[in-house]
Write a protein that binds this ligand. Structure first.
Ligand code: SF4
Length: 481
């Protein structure tokens, strides 16, 4: 945690036993019947009083605090909790912004029960402190109070030009870090608007778009330039960017390619990939002319195959599009990689989850449309959470499925690597990078986040991009002009 400004002492005169007795206050959600009618944010978050109460549950564990260690950004959570408990929301937001480029995002998207909140001492015997929701709450409060995301202290211009490819969490973070250090930054994105996966793949009920827009506005105010509709590897390539005068390139291209699934019948009409479906959900018809069949979710039996974030997002979106029945089928809890809060919200909204089940075939209706899913029940092969699921003999069944969404694992798009000399990837497609600096096999090209095989969480992409941006700065400053 080198380089993080921490208070020399942040222990306050608190009654730990009394704090442990504070009941967790309510975290408000919009009523189910109201929120399934639209795509507005489902969680209303805390009120001022309930945020102070929730933060007061922090007992200031002695150093090293589990929450700080477990946060990939090592946010100084105990200091922030103290400020919130005292009603000092702006001070708390500043603490998060010291180590995080996007607290309003991480607070909403992190599976905090597996990260900071999961390692909090209070959570061992009492309900978890909702650290992510508190982080989002105070970051929102600061943004609203100050009319935008504050601009960090900027270094003097260095005269160096940097290209950032991709404007998802890694790209936006690298753009901010490098601009802050005085470099001239241009972000290239293949889409027509910035945000990458944040705008195209995550529904608005989980991440309102104005949060991404405010981030882009902040970066523009810092001098970052954005160029859209530029697919690197198609319209131009990395060598040509160097020829145009860029002295270093950051690849934050993510992992947007869904890996192949071997289930027979996935070529039937009415079967879609989660990315296609989410783009249809998130974009206007002009931007994404969707398949006619996809528009007809109403009254369909929607089956989603997979258990991660994308699967749960598709399920909740299908509910909002008046599907008759929505079922998420997945093999085991290890596949169920999503925030518990989101799974609970999905269940409240009427999504059925069918664990320990595998779809083995999709069946057609005699014409060309999918109509049923043939499923196999599974059981754990042994004891413990890592036991692989195996089929239960004879336990087969068929269920109605007239719209099927496949949400398999994702991998990186090989386009840039295929069109660039000297840029190498491992056999699974992840870019080969130096563990410390993020330097790829090509001189001057760095990469961070999902395209290097990191776990596909926004907070990890942000942490990785911060580390790599600092190495890029050293590289640029060591360069002769
Ligand atoms: S960034 Fe994520 S892990 Fe870190 S404090 Fe925020 S919610 Fe917790």
């Amino acid at each position: 945690m080198e380089g993080i400004k921490r208070k020399e002492t942040w222990e306050h005169d608190i009654d730990r036993k009394a704090r442990l007795r504070i009941p967790p206050p309510r975290l408000d959600y919009r009523p189910v019947e109201e929120r399934v009618q639209d795509f507005e944010e489902a969680c209303l978050g805390f009120s001022l009083e309930s945020a102070m109460e929730e933060a007061s549950r922090c007992v200031e564990c002695p150093d090293p605090q589990g929450c700080v260690l477990a946060c990939p950004l090592h946010n100084d959570i105990p200091s922030a909790m103290w400020e919130i408990s005292e009603g000092n929301f702006l001070a708390a937001a500043e603490i998060f912004r010291q180590t995080s480029n996007f607290p309003e995002l991480c607070g909403r998207l992190c599976p905090d029960e597996c990260l900071c909140a999961g390692s909090c001492g209070v959570g061992k015997f009492h309900p978890d402190i909702r650290l992510g929701r508190l982080e989002a709450f105070i970051a929102d409060k600061q943004r609203e109070a100050q009319g935008g995301i504050p601009i960090p202290v900027m270094q003097k211009p260095t005269g160096k030009k940097v290209a950032v490819i991709g404007s998802g969490p890694a790209g936006l973070t690298a753009a901010e870090e490098l601009a802050k250090l005085g470099h001239e930054v241009t972000v290239f994105d293949m889409h027509s608007q910035p945000g990458g996966t944040l705008v195209y793949d995550i529904p608005r009920f989980r991440l309102p778009i104005n949060i991404v827009e405010k981030k882009v506005e902040q970066l523009r105010n810092m001098g970052v330039e954005f160029k859209f509709g530029m697919c690197i590897g198609r319209e131009t390539n990395l060598d040509s960017l160097f020829e145009q005068g860029f002295q270093a390139i950051f690849l934050g291209t993510g992992a947007g390619l869904e890996l192949r699934t071997e289930i027979p019948g996935t070529n039937l009409e009415g079967t879609f990939l989660a990315t296609e479906f989410l783009r249809y959900v998130n974009l206007s018809e002009n931007e994404f002319p969707a398949d006619k069949e996809m528009q007809q979710v109403k009254d369909k039996h929607v089956v989603i195959i997979g258990g991660g974030y994308a699967a749960v997002d598709c399920a909740r979106a299908a509910v909002r599009m008046d599907a008759k029945e929505v079922t998420c089928i997945y093999r085991c809890e290890l596949e169920m990689l999503c925030r518990v809060e989101d799974k609970i919200a999905a269940q409240e909204e009427g999504v059925d989850f069918l664990p320990m089940t595998e779809v083995i075939e999709l069946l057609g209706n005699g014409q060309k449309y999918v109509s049923q899913a043939r499923c196999q029940r599974l059981r754990p092969s042994g004891i413990g959470p890592r036991a692989q699921p195996i089929p239960v003999e004879g336990a087969l069944f068929t269920m109605e499925a007239d719209l099927v969404i496949l949400a398999p694992e994702r991998g990186p798009d090989p386009l840039i690597e295929n069109t660039t000399t000297d840029l190498e990837a491992a056999s699974e497609g992840w870019l080969l990078v130096d563990d410390d600096t993020g330097l790829t096999t090509k001189e001057g090209v760095f990469a961070a986040g999902d395209n290097t095989g990191q776990s596909q969480l926004a907070v990890i992409a942000i942490a990785d991009a911060r580390r790599v941006s600092s190495a890029m700065h050293d590289y640029l400053m060591a360069m002769r002009r």
